[in-house]
Write a protein that binds this ligand. Structure first.
Ligand code: FE
Ligand code: FE
Ligand code: ZN
Length: 273
C-alpha cells in the first residue's frame, strides 16, 4: 500500500481533515498541532479525535503526521525560547494521545552561533524531558536544508541526537526531499547512495515518514524553498523513484508543495500513477 497525502489546514477539526483528505485521493495527511507561527492551540475535542481515528481505520489510512510550529527553537541561545519549545512540545505530547500511534514531526532547531555540539546537547535535553516510555507517539526529527545554523542538515546530526535520547523506540526521522537535496544529498543521480548513507549513519529502521517536495534550488543550496512536483530541480521522475524505492515502502508520503486542494489532488494522482 502506498500512503500519500498532503499538509492540510486544521480549521475544520480532525474528522474534517480526514474527510478533506478523502476528497483529494489522500490516505494520510499532515497538520499543524497549533498556530504554526504563534503556538496557541485549540482545546482538543475528544469525540472529533475519535471520529478521525474511526474514519482512518474504515478508509484504510496510513499513519498521520502532526507538525510542531516551525517557530520553535529547542536549541536557542535564550533560555525562555528553549523553555517555550519544551512547554509546547510537552503539551503536544499529551494532545497527541487523543490520536494514538501516530507521528509528531519537528525541526531540530538552529544553534545560532553556539556551535553544533552545544545545539545538539540542548535538543537531546529537551527530548529527554518530553518523551515518556508510556506515550504511543513517535517523535520525528525532520531532515533540514542546513540553512544558517540549522541542525539536521547532515544525517550525522540526527544520529547524534537519537544516540542521546533515552526512550529509543519513541524517536525517529522524517525525510524531506527538498531539504535533503538542498542539504547536499543528490537523490536525482544517486538515490541508492543517499539511502545507503542514511542507513549506515542513522539506520533506515528509524525512518518513519517522508515529505515529498520539489526544490527551487540546486543540490547543496541550503535554501529550503519548496517547489511543486515537477517544477523544481528534483523533478517528477526522481520523486516517483523516491516514493517507490523498496527501502521506503509503506511510509506515509506528505506533500508540502505550494498548492491549493485542487493542486494537491493533481499531484497525488500524478504520484500514484
Ligand atoms: Fe517541516
Ligand atoms: Fe518538510
Ligand atoms: Zn521546508
Amino acid at each position: 500500500m502506498i500512503y500519500i497525502g498532503c499538509h492540510l489546514s486544521s480549521t475544520k477539526g480532525f474528522a474534517g481533515m480526514g474527510r478533506v483528505a478523502g476528497t483529494i485521493g489522500a490516505n494520510t495527511f499532515q497538520f499543524f498541532t497549533r498556530n504554526p507561527r504563534g503556538g496557541k492551540a485549540k482545546n482538543i475535542d475528544p469525540e472529533d479525535a475519535a471520529a478521525l481515528m474511526e474514519l482512518m481505520k474504515r478508509e484504510g489510512f496510513g499513519p498521520i503526521v502532526a507538525h510542531a510550529p516551525y517557530t520553535l527553537n529547542p536549541c536557542s541561545d535564550k533560555a525562555h525560547v528553549r523553555e517555550f519549545a519544551r512547554m509546547v512540545m510537552a503539551d503536544d505530547m499529551k494532545r497527541m494521545e487523543y490520536l494514538p500511534g501516530n507521528y509528531y514531526n519537528f525541526h531540530p532547531g538552529s544553534h545560532v552561533g553556539q556551535g553544533r555540539e552545544a545545539g545538539i546537547a540542548m535538543i537531546i535535553d529537551l527530548l529527554n524531558e518530553i518523551i515518556t516510555p508510556e506515550q504511543s507517539t513517535i517523535v520525528l526529527l525532520e531532515t533540514m536544508a542546513g540553512k544558517g545554523s540549522e541542525i539536521g542538515g547532515r544525517f550525522e546530526d540526527l544520529a547524534e541526537i537519537i544516540a542521546g535520547v533515552n526512550v529509543k523506540d519513541r524517536i525517529g526521522v522524517c525525510m524531506d526531499t527538498c531539504h535533503i537535496s538542498d542539504g547536499g544529498y543528490d537523490i536525482v543521480t544517486d538515490l541508492d547512495g543517499v539511502l545507503e548513507e542514511f542507513d549506515s549513519v542513522v539506520g533506515l529502521d528509524r525512518l518513519h515518514a517522508l515529505h515529498i517536495n520539489d526544490s527551487m534550488n540546486p543540490v547543496g543550496a541550503h535554501k529550503d524553498r519548496h517547489a511543486g512536483i515537477g517544477d523544481g530541480t528534483i523533478g517528477t521522475a526522481a520523486l516517483k523513484a523516491f516514493i517507490n524505492h523498496p527501502a521506503l515502502k509503506g511510509l506515509p508520503c506528505i506533500l508540502e508543495t505550494p498548492n491549493d486542494l485542487d493542486g494537491y489532488a493533481r499531484e497525488i494522482e500524478l504520484l500514484r500513477q
